[in-house]
Design a protein around this ligand. Sequence first.
Ligand code: URA
Length: 203
Amino acid sequence: MNDGRLDEIVYEIMNCRNCTLHLSKKNYVPGEGSESAQVMFIGEAPGREEDEQGRPFVGNAGKLLTDMIQEILGLSRKDVYITNILKCRPPNNRDPMESEIDACFPYLMRQILAIDPDVIVCLGRHSARVIFEHFQIPFRSITRDRGVLREKEIHGKKTYFIATYHPAAALYKPPLKEIIEEDFRTLASIIKRKNKTLFDFFS
Ligand code: URA
């Protein structure tokens, strides 16, 4: 399969029939943000609001995510790339099925290769399990493995991975918000460190 540039991948997603979710969805939700994003966020699957709008993380969980991107990372949604493991909403927001993940995963891999981010942030246990397993990073549970920076090479480039709780979890369990914020501060520190190395290199 051709890795393609981001707009080609998005075009293919918008015409996808690889699983049955395209029959029940309202809109495909391919992802959005900068093609040259340093940070890529990967959630689970579109919810009701995302399905309505065709955009990722635009509901209540999305508001929390957007606020943390701005307040802790000092970035806007346009600076990063936000997508999901699944590009179509599962009916009633049920968990993704393995067959759906397998059908959708090639798009995500191509998005990762096209964007070539420095850091991949997995939001929630489904995203963390799928991504960590693919990149052969040990994963036991989101509770045990969140907040730790991992390093792997993707096509010869050192890439960081970090998992945190899904922002939706903080909506019904408010103490989790502080933990997600702590993980975002770890994320901020690696972005700062990376950018300082680049600055030192060019100055
Ligand atoms: N939850 C997700 O995992 N992704 C979205 O886009 C919205 C909510």
